[in-house]
Ligand binder design. Sequence first.
Ligand SMILES: *[C@@H]1O[C@H](CO)[C@@H](O)[C@H](O)[C@H]1NC(C)=O
Ligand SMILES: *[C@@H]1O[C@H](CO)[C@@H](O)[C@H](O)[C@H]1NC(C)=O
Ligand SMILES: *[C@@H]1O[C@H](CO)[C@@H](O)[C@H](O)[C@H]1NC(C)=O
Ligand SMILES: *[C@@H]1O[C@H](CO)[C@@H](O)[C@H](O)[C@H]1NC(C)=O
Ligand SMILES: *[C@@H]1O[C@H](CO)[C@@H](O)[C@H](O)[C@H]1NC(C)=O
Length: 354
Amino acid sequence: METSRHLLFFFFLPAVLALALIADAETNAGDAAAMRALSRSLGADRALGWSASSDPCDWRHVTCVDGRVTAIQIGNQSIVGTLPPELPNLTALTRLELQSNGIFGELPSLAGLSSLQTLFLHDNDFDFIPSGFFSGLTSLTTVYLDNNPFQSWEIPESLRDSGGLVNFSANSANVTGSVPNFFATAFPSLNLLALAFNSLTGQIHASFAGTGIRSLWLNNQMGSSLSGGIAVVHNMTGLEELWLHSNSFNGPLPDFSGLTKLRDLQLRDNQFTGPVPSSLTSLKSLAKLTLTNNLLQGPVPVFPVSVKDLDLDPKSESFCLQKPGIPCDPRVDVLLSIASSFGYPLRFRTIGRE
Ligand SMILES: *[C@@H]1O[C@H](CO)[C@@H](O)[C@H](O)[C@H]1NC(C)=O
Ligand SMILES: *[C@@H]1O[C@H](CO)[C@@H](O)[C@H](O)[C@H]1NC(C)=O
Ligand SMILES: *[C@@H]1O[C@H](CO)[C@@H](O)[C@H](O)[C@H]1NC(C)=O
Ligand SMILES: *[C@@H]1O[C@H](CO)[C@@H](O)[C@H](O)[C@H]1NC(C)=O
Ligand SMILES: *[C@@H]1O[C@H](CO)[C@@H](O)[C@H](O)[C@H]1NC(C)=O
């Protein structure tokens, strides 16, 4: 018994020693200097007890591996301060979570943080995002920038460096310009693209037909807003949530028959014309739908009870009759089929209206 215990001890000794060495790896001097600069500019000595006399790898909410800082997780800690220019010196960083604080001023460029995977900057008071911000962020998968009072900015080409992007969220972030096509082509794993409550203009590009995006939020663009048709949605068969409400989208509703996972479709407050397609009324996955305040034509559609949450006020549309399920006068059908061959243009929007 005694002997075997000794044997076991000697057998594991090298592993035990190796672990002790890793745990005690000396903190990288550059990382320590950058962390001290971060602590000073965030006032984290008081807010988080990051003591200037202790090793930054021992600070709360900081993770180190082999003496390198790999994670800073200080979301929702009532921190008020700014970020220092030394932040991109933390080149082993994989997670930077600063959300839900009062951090203000310019974001420093994060260019070159090639290990960074997760970036939470949402719900702060940042007012500027530099154009090179995303350059070289080759490991980035998750970005949340929502609810910051940025000066207007466009999503830069350099985001393409982050080919493994999964979730990109910048609602209420003063984003201008168009929805870049590269969201459709550069990120094969893209799951969520959320750009609601900004000032985007232009159309949803046809290249989005090839994406597997599950959640697309482009609703409530202020000012001139998003426009054009949404025929491309027909091919976006991975969609579960599609929020396009409060824009200037127009033309007919697309064929939804391939969108077998679509749960939540919000199209209200646009200028859609033409009849509601049967591919939508018969979509089994659909649980939530808004259509109010468009220029929809034909008969009032009837949805199954599985659409638990339905926002459709027939008076706000251009339906032929106000009662659900009653077909239009055959003459109206003829006129609508003519309008159909022109893609239901706005000038025919009152055809057959009661
Ligand atoms: C940060 O990196 C820059 C450029 O490599 C270097 O000049 C600077 O001294 C570093 N700062 C700290 C605090 O280590
Ligand atoms: C932030 O922390 C407070 C308590 O300190 C908690 O009540 C609140 O739910 C947290 N908010 C978020 C968004 O985590
Ligand atoms: C967006 O940015 C512009 C200029 O950069 C500024 O004038 C405007 O107030 C900002 N809008 C919002 C909603 O913050
Ligand atoms: C991405 O967003 C989805 C849906 O909002 C969420 O369920 C998932 O956890 C997010 N993934 C990451 C890596 O944050
Ligand atoms: C869209 O789907 C249709 C078939 O439903 C297919 O013929 C077409 O090639 C697809 N377009 C793209 C761009 O994927």
